[in-house]
Design a protein around this ligand. Structure first.
Ligand code: SAM
Length: 221
């Protein structure tokens, strides 16, 4: 995969963590790209390329991943909807091997570039994958998912993906910025045989502080 990003005006950001830091290359004016890259799907529904933003949920989940890092050493991890790749990069820094996935090839180019510049791409694979049609033939002890449950049509495919790809005692880590519809997703999870624990952390991004919910999800015993 080419990790050249010449087609975009770029900016750089350092995400500071408790013990380390991640340097990210991001798109400079994501609002402009959101309009330019938006399109209608075959049913006329507007598709917005949200990968062009770095979301506060990925910073919250990256901090949580850093905190539990010793548990992740040598773990084989799947990240869905990885966007710029921040969360998975922190998992790699903690010694995990991460399969970064996103429906958008362009997002994966950035994730790959960012993994390269943080020196972790030897611990990473990049796979274009839509969670409606997942493509693996193995299970994962950890699945990372930062800000992927914002629209209800995503919920059933994501729950199905957990049922299929999480090992029997595996943990899926979700994060989202306390949107009101998120409770619907977690109700669906409990209705389909999962349990979860939630914690909340403040995250400041672009001078705005939001409360990010971190959910640790497992199969019910
Ligand atoms: C709100 S963004 C979150 C990106 C990143 N995780 C973060 O928190 O900064 C949602 C991500 O999910 C990806 N996505 C949307 N629909 C998808 C699908 N059906 N399958 C896989 N990825 C999808 C988008 O391309 C985007 O990268």
């Amino acid at each position: 995969m080419k990790t050249e990003l010449r087609d975009y005006p770029l900016t750089s950001s350092i995400i500071k963590l408790e013990t380390g830091r991640v340097q990210l290359t991001l798109i400079e004016d994501p609002d402009w790209f959101l309009e330019r890259l938006s399109r209608e799907d075959s049913e006329g529904k507007l598709y917005l390329p949200y990968w062009t933003y770095l979301w506060e949920s990925s910073i919250g989940l990256a901090r949580y991943v850093e905190k539990i890092g010793t548990r992740l050493k040598e773990a084989h991890i799947l990240e869905i909807g990885c966007g710029f790749g921040l969360t998975g990069i922190v998992a790699c820094q903690k010694g995990a091997r991460v399969v970064f996935t996103d429906a958008e090839q362009e997002a994966l180019r950035f994730a790959h570039h960012n993994a390269d510049q943080n020196g972790v791409s030897q611990r990473a694979d990049f796979v274009q994958m839509d969670w409606n049609t997942p493509c693996f033939n193995c299970k994962f002890p950890y699945i990372l998912a930062a800000d992927v449950i914002y629209e209800e049509p995503h919920w059933t495919p994501i729950v199905t993906l957990l049922q299929e790809y999480l090992t029997s005692n595996g943990v899926a880590l979700f994060s989202e910025p306390n949107r009101s519809n998120a409770t619907g997703f977690f109700k669906l999870l409990t209705d389909t045989g999962f349990i979860y624990r939630k914690s909340t952390y403040p995250v400041t991004l672009d001078r705005q502080t939001s409360q990010v919910g971190i959910y640790s999800v497992q199969r019910a015993p």
